[in-house]
Design a protein around this ligand. Structure first.
Ligand SMILES: C[S@@+](CC[C@H](N)C(=O)[O-])C[C@H]1O[C@@H](n2cnc3c(N)ncnc32)[C@H](O)[C@@H]1O
Length: 331
């Protein structure tokens, strides 16, 4: 591969990109896009509504205009159509939860050097952190999965399946989309008890409470009760070390009927562990946030599945914005 040539401008763009990150996150945190709504308020009017200092709010708004996230005419600010659709709380496409989750990761990322030196996390695991952070994490997962599930679920054939286990299913977004794709399918979302209210709310929102139930459990400590003919493990392996991943996969395989299908969805590295970019960065995010989590390669996941007795293991081709991938096996 040809060596990339860098110029100072490109390097400084990477180094300073967090300024833009912070502008977006502050605007979401202060709920600027919802406050503006369909109106044309001045900086002073917005400052009053967000309980901010006019000199600060005005500069934030002007930076948002410069970033083309807002528009400004005659000292009045308006939402752009996409800004309103994606960043105002009353929109069904609201991405604020995942943006706030990213905001909560910032402090730990600023200590990446310390994590690299010590090999130790620099924050509490999102699943076990305080309520407000857990909500952004879990509903952030909903934000992400709502974008991806309608695209990847059709690529996976569950048409002959009857009971899906969504292990570490969070708010249940994938269980919901699998059930929407197959009227005969029931699903069980298995997750920590603290996740239950979020999952139940989401399942209710899609009117699927008669087909999707929530099971409290800790997959590191508890058994996986019930029998299933398909299991979906999305973005859970990266939170655990290799030994726990093997144990989780074994528990799942043991809960499957003969002929059952196990599907792993995660940020999958290539076998030399140095790309694609997002999984490589995500592995650092797991260094910062977990005791032993990491991104795994296709070879590592395949080996874990084979060790648990899965066969016919193969990768399903999907297009995903963050280079997530899918590996399936059968028992
Ligand atoms: C990154 S989220 C993925 C959520 C969902 N599968 C998705 O792809 O949108 C990881 C999920 O695993 C759950 N989880 C983490 N540790 C767990 C454990 N020990 N037992 C059960 N669930 C756990 C978290 O609560 C969270 O819902």
């Amino acid at each position: 591969m040809a060596t990339r040539e860098w110029n100072p401008g490109e390097l400084l763009e990477i180094s300073g990109f967090f300024w833009k990150t912070c502008v977006l996150q502050a605007a979401v945190k202060l709920d600027v896009f919802t406050v503006i709504g369909d109106g044309r308020p001045t900086a002073g009017e917005i400052a009053q509504k967000v309980d901010g200092a006019v000199n600060g709010v005005e500069r934030l708004l002007n930076a948002l205009v410069a970033m083309e996230l807002l528009a400004k005419t005659d000292d009045k600010y308006t939402n752009t159509p996409s800004g309103k659709a994606l960043l105002a709380k009353d929109s069904s496409k609201y991405l604020g939860h995942i943006i706030m989750h990213h905001h909560h990761l910032l402090e730990s990322w600023s200590k990446l050097d310390q994590a690299v030196k010590s090999g130790k996390p620099q924050r509490t695991r999102s699943s076990f952190s305080k309520e407000e952070w857990r909500e952004s994490f879990l509903m952030g997962m909903f934000n992400m999965a709502m974008g991806l599930a309608p695209r990847i679920v059709p690529a996976i054939d569950v048409s002959s399946r009857q009971h899906l286990l969504d292990l570490g299913g969070g708010p249940g977004t994938y269980a919901i989309h699998f059930c929407l794709s197959n009227d005969a399918l029931k699903a069980t979302v298995y997750d920590l008890p603290t996740t239950r209210p979020f999952a139940e709310r989401t399942i209710q929102q899609f009117k699927l409470a008669d087909r999707i139930n929530f099971m409290d459990g800790n997959y590191l400590e508890d058994p996986v009760a019930g029998r299933y003919d398909v299991a979906w493990l999305s973005h859970i392996l990266h939170g655990e070390g290799p030994a726990d991943c093997r144990m989780i996969i074994q528990k799942t395989v043991d809960a499957l009927e003969p002929g059952g299908m196990i599907i792993i969805h995660d940020f999958i590295l290539n076998n030399s562990m140095d790309g694609p970019l997002f999984p490589a960065l995500f592995s650092l995010n797991m260094l910062l946030g977990t005791e032993s989590g990491q991104a795994y390669s296709e070879e590592q996941i395949t080996d874990m599945l084979a060790a648990a007795g899965a066969r016919d293991i193969r990768r399903i081709a999907i297009q995903s914005p963050n280079d997530s991938g899918i590996i399936v096996g059968y028992v």
